[in-house]
Design a protein around this ligand. Structure first.
Ligand code: NDP
Ligand code: 8X3
Length: 249
């Protein structure tokens, strides 16, 4: 029987590429996101059975209801890819709009918690499962303006490790995939629709592609039972570290 992957934020970027990758490998997909027309367009591209759910991960009741209402053919979920997320703004912490911080916390932390809690019981009952969380290098390394975005991804890293602690012995694996500079709609969202500013982020650099991240997600989700990949941090080849910032005087 074909396995089923549930992907949040499948309307763009990593989520969409991940749906295509699992589909190409013969998996069934449950694709979700807020933009229904994009989900329908993606569904037409997929060869294997796919179930789409217009879903805002911030809506706890909607998340729990959508998982409860999964068609029998798409249940239980074998792999959950908690990918939906965003950065909003790059202002310093003293300048930031608090609504941006709320939005990141509600989506990247609370949305990911709701989806995980909704799907885990069926994995436990089934005696098999894998939760792949999409973290970020921003959760491991600080940068100016990364403030709450990076902190939400640090939550994802630690939550992933703590899930491992809870689920060990139940044949449920957990991985935090932590990409760096990758060209998706991420920067357009961060800069609130400013396409020129977003394009400048990827100008004259060879970034990670969504398919590279999909590849890592698929690889980690298909390791044998005796292996759990805890974390994978992936940077663009052109990306590395700056020295500490020392202000003199
Ligand atoms: P995109 O903007 O291209 O995709 C983000 C996806 O998240 C969209 O499908 C969007 O769907 C979905 N999403 C956002 N908010 C919600 C919500 N409230 N409910 C449901 N879905 C939501 O960016 P990426 O593909 O780059 O981002 C995917 C993940 O990767 C994010 O968690 C991001 O933080 C992380 N990441 C990105 C990096 C990068 O450089 N691109 C690097 C490291 C991590 P819709 O709008 O239709 O709801
Ligand atoms: C996205 C990568 O470095 O722009 O998570 O924060 S970064």
């Amino acid at each position: 029987m074909a396995k089923t992957v549930f992907i949040t934020g499948a309307t763009s970027g990593f989520g969409k590429a991940t749906a295509k990758r699992f589909d190409a490998e013969g998996w069934q997909t449950v694709i979700s996101g807020r933009r229904g027309e994009r989900l329908e367009a993606l569904k037409k591209e997929l060869k294997n059975p796919s179930h789409s759910i217009v879903l805002d991960v911030r809506d706890k009741d909607a998340v729990l209801g959508a998982v409860d209402a999964l068609p029998a053919a798409f249940s239980p979920i074998d792999v959950l890819v908690n990918n939906a997320g965003l950065a909003v703004g790059l202002e310093g912490a003293d300048q930031v709009d608090l609504a941006d911080w709320d939005l990141m916390v509600d989506t990247n932390i609370k949305g990911l918690m709701y989806c995980t809690r909704a799907i885990l019981p069926q994995m436990v009952e089934n005696g098999y499962g894998h939760v792949v969380n999409i973290g970020s290098i921003a959760g491991n390394w600080p940068y100016p303006g990364g403030n709450v975005y990076g902190a939400t991804k640090a939550f994802v890293r630690q939550f992933s490790l703590n899930l491992r602690a809870d689920l060990v012995g139940k044949n449920i694996h957990v991985t935090d995939v932590e990409p760096g500079l990758a060209e998706t709609e991420f920067s357009e969202v961060r800069f609130k629709g400013d396409k020129d500013k977003a394009a400048a982020v990827y100008n004259d650099v060879d970034p990670i592609r969504p398919e590279d991240v999909a590849d890592a997600v698929f690889w980690t989700a298909t390791r044998p039972k005796n292996i759990n990949v805890n974390r994978i941090e992936i940077m663009a080849g052109a990306q590395a570290f700056s020295p500490f910032n020392v202000v003199k005087g």
